[in-house]
Design a protein around this ligand. Structure first.
Ligand SMILES: Nc1ncnc2c1ncn2[C@@H]1O[C@H](COP(=O)(O)OP(=O)(O)OP(=O)(O)O)[C@@H](O)[C@H]1O
Ligand SMILES: [Mg+2]
Length: 348
C-alpha cells in the first residue's frame, strides 16, 4: 500500500512546521525521511498515522484519501521516537495491544503475537516485562508490536536512535531482512543518521526547515546532489566556492577541470567533492595546501588540508607514512568525481 502526501501543510499555533509536502512512497518501498532536528520529520509521520490534522492538503493510502479517518482505521503500524512500551504489560501483552484494541479474536491474537515475536527474534522473551530487557530488545518488541497488526504501512520514527553503534548496525541488518520478508509493506523511516538512510532506503527524502529539499535514490543524492544542503547532509562533502570558466572552474587561483553544463561562464558556484575521491599526491585537478589535522580512523586517514583559507578533507586508505602537521601536500581528484552546484540551487 503506497503513501501519498498531496501538498500537506501542518501548523501549530499558526507556525508552519510542515510546508506543502508533496511526496509519494510506492507500495513496498522504503523511504527515508532525513533531516536535522526540528525539520518536520515526526510531524510528517504523524500526519500519515492520523495523530495530527493537516491545515491543508490531503494524505492518501493506496489511493484512498484518509485525511479524515481516525488513526485506528488506517491500518498502519508505527514505532514512535521514544519506543514507549507499556511498563506494566509483559512483552506478549505489549505486542497484543493493537490487536486487542481492534477486537481481534483470541486465537488469532495468539498466532499473530507469536509470529511478530518470531520475526523480531524475541520469542524467548514473551513473558518478560520491558524493564527486564535491554534497550535493543525493547526496540525489537516495539517493532513486533507494530508488525502484529500486519500493517501495509510501517512508520518508523528514529527506531534505532536510543541504541549504541554496534546494536544499531545489527538492527539495521535486521530491518533490511524484515523488509525482504514483508516485500509488500511500505516503510517511511525517519532518521537523522545518513548511514541508516543510505543503507536501508530505496529513496531518501531530505527535509530542512519544514520543507522537502530533495528526493531521490541514495546514489542520486550522493553522486549528484542538487544543492549544498543535500550534498552536506547526505555523505560528507567538501564545498568550495568557485568561479565558472569555459570547461572548468577556478578555485583559489587554480584552474580545475570539471563539467560545467548549465552554469554560465563567470558565475559564482560551489564545487562539491566527496572526501573519499580526493587523492594524495600529484594528479589532475591538483590543489596544494598545508596539513592542519590528521585523524587515523582505522581503515582510513582523514586529512584536513588548508588550501587558500579553505579546508579540504581527504579520506585516504590507511597511509603507511602519513604526512605531518604543517606539511605542504598536493591533493587531486578526477574531473568526473566533482559536482558543480549553481549558487542558490534548490533553495527557495
Ligand atoms: N505538539 C506540538 N506543538 C507545537 N509545536 C510542535 C509540536 N510538535 C512539534 N512541534 C514543532 O514542530 C517542528 C517540527 O517538529 P518535528 O517533531 O516534526 O521535528 P523532527 O524533524 O521530527 O525533529 P527531531 O529530529 O528532533 O525529532 C519543531 O519546531 C517543533 O518544535
Ligand atoms: Mg522527530
Amino acid at each position: 500500500m503506497g503513501i501519498r502526501f498531496d501538498s500537506v501543510t501542518v501548523a501549530y499555533d499558526g507556525n508552519v512546521v510542515l510546508d506543502s509536502l508533496d511526496l509519494t512512497v510506492e507500495p513496498g518501498e522504503v523511504m527515508a525521511l532525513l533531516g536535522p532536528s526540528g525539520s518536520g520529520k515526526t510531524t510528517a509521520l504523524r500526519a500519515v498515522a492520523g495523530f495530527v490534522r493537516p491545515a491543508s492538503g490531503r494524505v492518501f493510502l493506496a489511493e484512498k484519501d484518509v485525511t479524515d479517518l481516525p488513526p485506528h482505521r488506517r491500518g498502519i503500524g508505527m514505532v514512535v521516537q521514544q519506543y514507549a512500551l507499556f511498563p506494566h504489560l509483559r512483552v506478549d501483552e505489549n505486542v497484543a495491544f493493537g490487536l486487542k484494541a481492534r477486537k481481534a479474536p483470541k486465537g488469532e491474537i495468539r498466532g499473530r503475537v507469536a509470529e511478530a515475536l518470531e520475526m523480531t527474534g524475541m520469542a524467548a522473551y514473551a513473558r518478560r516485562f520491558p524493564r527486564e530487557l535491554s534497550g535493543g530488545q525493547q526496540q525489537r518488541v516495539a517493532i513486533a508490536r507494530a508488525l502484529a497488526i500486519r500493517p501495509e504501512v510501517l512508520l518508523l520514527d528514529e527506531p534505532l536512535s536510543a541504541l549504541d553503534a554496534r546494536l544499531r548496525s545489527g538492527m539495521l541488518t535486521e530491518l533490511a531482512r524484515l523488509h525482504r520478508e514483508l516485500p509488500g509493506v511500505s516503510m517511511l523511516y525517519v532518521t537523522h543518521d545518513q548511514v541508516e538512510a543510505l543503507t536501508l532506503a530505496d529513496r531518501i527524502a531530505v527535509m530542512d526547515k519544514a520543507r522537502l529539499q530533495a528526493c531521490g535514490t541514495p546514489r542520486e543524492l550522493y553522486r549528484s546532489p542538487a544543492d549544498e544542503f543535500t550534498a552536506s547532509f547526505v555523505g560528507g562533502a567538501n564545498l568550495v566556492p568557485v568561479t565558472v570558466g569555459a570547461g572548468g572552474v577556478s578555485f583559489a587561483g587554480t584552474e580545475l577541470k570539471v563539467a560545467t553544463e548549465g552554469v554560465a561562464v563567470g558565475a559564482r558556484a560551489t564545487l562539491c567533492v566527496r572526501p573519499h575521491v580526493v587523492g594524495l599526491g600529484q594528479g589532475p585537478n591538483q590543489l596544494v595546501g598545508v596539513v592542519r589535522e590528521i585523524q587515523w580512523r582505522g581503515a582510513t586517514h582523514r586529512l584536513y588540508v588548508e588550501v587558500d583559507g579553505h579546508t579540504v578533507m581527504a579520506d585516504l586508505r590507511e597511509l603507511k607514512d602519513p604526512p605531518a602537521h604543517g606539511d605542504l601536500v598536493s591533493l587531486h581528484f578526477a574531473p568526473d568525481d566533482a559536482v558543480l552546484l549553481a549558487a542558490g540551487a534548490g533553495h527557495g
